[in-house]
Design a protein around this ligand. Structure first.
Ligand code: NAD
Length: 370
């Protein structure tokens, strides 16, 4: 799945601007385009913290939905560091190069020390430039907000996440923000294509070009240029701080959000808060030649190993993978089962006000599969 060595799967060839994105509907899904021939091989990265618990739940639900996947399980992150002395073992990279696809649990990245984020490394290595996070109000989950239905589209390969930092002098450090016309244009085109294919009506580019006139200014110029090719979709711009305020006062004012890497990271957690928390939001990183499916949430070290992590985000992420593989009907059945369990509200985890554990809630989703 490197920039060079990866060929698209026949079943998922179509895409946005060559992107490996397929036809997607309102949940950020590809419609079923016919099943891939044979059993697809997918790299499975359980990850750190709650990763093995939620990924285990997702795999069980995929199996129960009747879809066969040949999982190539690989370690990455802190657990791989302990086992192999590196957080990104060669066998993990080799597996990704061969499968071009992964279902991945969160990986730990220490704050202010330690190795650089493996998540960022993998997205860059395989040029998975478009991070897509569908955020939607969920019946049965009580929040102060109603009718939230947003798609967060985040540029995944540059910005301050390039990780170029250095000390200029003792007590003075510099982090470099990289914004290029190429990456800004392709993510903007991805967002508009996504909007068009999913009958979305509005793309909002979120920026801070009043302060970062060159970098965010370039991002906006590229988005404006692309917007001219999509007259059927409304385009607007908002400064990131004002957009955050508006998101929590009037989230229905938004539809598709187009953001650089850092703003996208922050705003997607904010959006998760609108629909009940990080336990609900699935995600996918798409590139021209492959995709990695992962939740928005991290390793949740405070609840890891307690058997109480909400598996919904991971199960919905698994449904996105199935869409991508051409098993859209199975993906829909999984989403419907999750909705039924949440609506009933009887077997849900503590973050939703319930008393059930992850295993019980997963079993309830499997029972609800039709
Ligand atoms: P986090 O998402 O792990 O947790 C934030 C809070 O949300 C915690 O209180 C946690 O218990 C709760 N939470 C998260 N997911 C939940 C779920 N499914 N069910 C119930 N509660 C849930 O964010 P963090 O604490 O900032 O980060 C922890 C670690 O995860 C860090 O090392 C960070 O770098 C890493 N991380 C990795 C990824 C990734 O691999 N893609 C993404 C985000 C964070």
């Amino acid at each position: 799945m490197t920039g060079s060595g990866v060929k698209p799967r026949s079943a998922v060839k179509a895409g946005v601007n060559g992107a490996h994105h397929g036809r997607v509907n309102n949940d950020g899904r590809r419609g079923a385009r016919g099943k891939a021939a044979g059993t697809p091989r997918v790299t499975l990265i359980p990850g750190d913290g709650v990763g093995p618990e939620v990924i285990g739940a997702a795999v069980k639900v995929i199996e129960a939905a009747g879809v066969k996947i040949d999982w190539d399980q690989q370690l990455g992150g802190a657990i791989a560091l302990r086992r192999f002395g590196t957080p990104v073992p060669d066998q993990l990279i080799d597996s990704l190069k061969s499968t071009k696809l992964a279902l991945k649990g969160p990986l730990e990245t220490r704050v202010g020390e330690g190795y650089r984020s493996i998540n960022v490394y993998l997205r860059k290595l395989f040029d998975l430039y478009a991070n897509v996070r569908p955020v939607r109000t969920q019946a049965g989950v009580h929040t102060p907000f109603r009718g939230v239905d947003l798609i967060v589209i985040r540029e995944n390969t540059e910005d301050l996440y390039a990780g170029i930092e250095h000390q200029v002098a003792p007590g003075v450090v510099e982090s470099i923000k990289i914004i290029t016309a190429r990456a800004s244009t392709r993510i903007a085109r991805f967002a508009f294509e996504y909007a068009r294919r999913n009958r979305r009506h509005l793309v909002t580019a979120i920026h801070k070009a009043n302060i970062m006139k060159l970098s965010d200014g370039l991002f906006l110029k590229c988005a404006q240029r692309v917007a001219r090719d999509y007259r059927d979709i409304k385009y607007q711009e908002q400064i990131v701080d004002a957009a955050c305020m508006r998101l929590v006062t009037d989230p229905q004012a938004f539809d598709v959000l187009l953001l650089e890497n850092l703003y996208g990271d922050i705003v997607s957690d904010l959006c998760a808060g609108l629909v009940g928390g990080l336990g609900f939001v699935p995600g996918a990183n798409y590139g021209r030649h492959g995709a990695i499916f992962e939740t928005v949430h991290g390793t949740a070290p405070d609840i890891a190993g307690k058997g109480i992590v909400n598996p919904v985000a991971a199960i919905k992420t698994a449904a996105l993978l199935l869409d991508y593989l051409g098993h859209g009907r199975a993906g829909d059945r999984i989403r419907a089962a999750v909705d039924a369990v949440l609506r009933a509200g009887r077997v849900v985890t503590p973050d939703i006000g319930g008393k059930a554990g992850t295993a019980d809630m997963t079993a309830a989703v499997i029972r609800a599969l039709k």
